[in-house]
Design a protein around this ligand. Sequence first.
Ligand SMILES: [Mg+2]
Length: 221
Amino acid sequence: MALDTLIFDLDDTLYSPTTGVWDAIGERINQFIVDNLALDGAEVKQVRDELFHTYGTTLRGLQIVYGIDPYKYLNFVHNIPLETYLRPNPMLNRMLKQISNRKVIFTNSDQNHALRVLDRLGLDGIFERIIDVMDVTPFCKPQPEAFQQALKLLGNPDPTRCVLIDDSLRNINTASELGFHTILVGNHNGNAHSASARVDTLEDLPLLADLPFLQGIWRPE
Ligand SMILES: [Mg+2]
């Protein structure tokens, strides 16, 4: 059956984790916790890890346990100088344009951050829509409910006709269980049993062109 939609994660998928973006956001998250929860630096890591593992994202944990305003959090943690870390990627732009199917972003960050990242990478106009963490409230990836809500927002395509492309093994695992095709991005030390396929970087996607579920997605040049 022909593929319907390609669903791309944003952070550490559209660009490499070595860019430092995620580390910069991580420092902002730590600062937010210090400022708003009256914790000292040493306690922050433990609290963050607990919230992340129990609730899927630090944000969801902060909302549920501490009643934090999600917009205040999202604005604060994504307020980083992206131009320091990211550069336009014309090669990625060209490759993605050659895919004729619907392409969307599904991110645990917010719309504003996603738009800034796409702008900085030179990928404006490639994706039909951005599904952000507020669109799937009160859930987030990797919770199955978040994927179900995303499908609903996309007009309920059959998940077996969608592919999730994501650097997070947790997200890949849920999507696989729900019937999506999955492509894990990045080096995960061979730890990718549940993914349909794996690439080191998104630019390598054409290397998977022979996979049955990706047949026919490339426009002839
Ligand atoms: Mg990611």
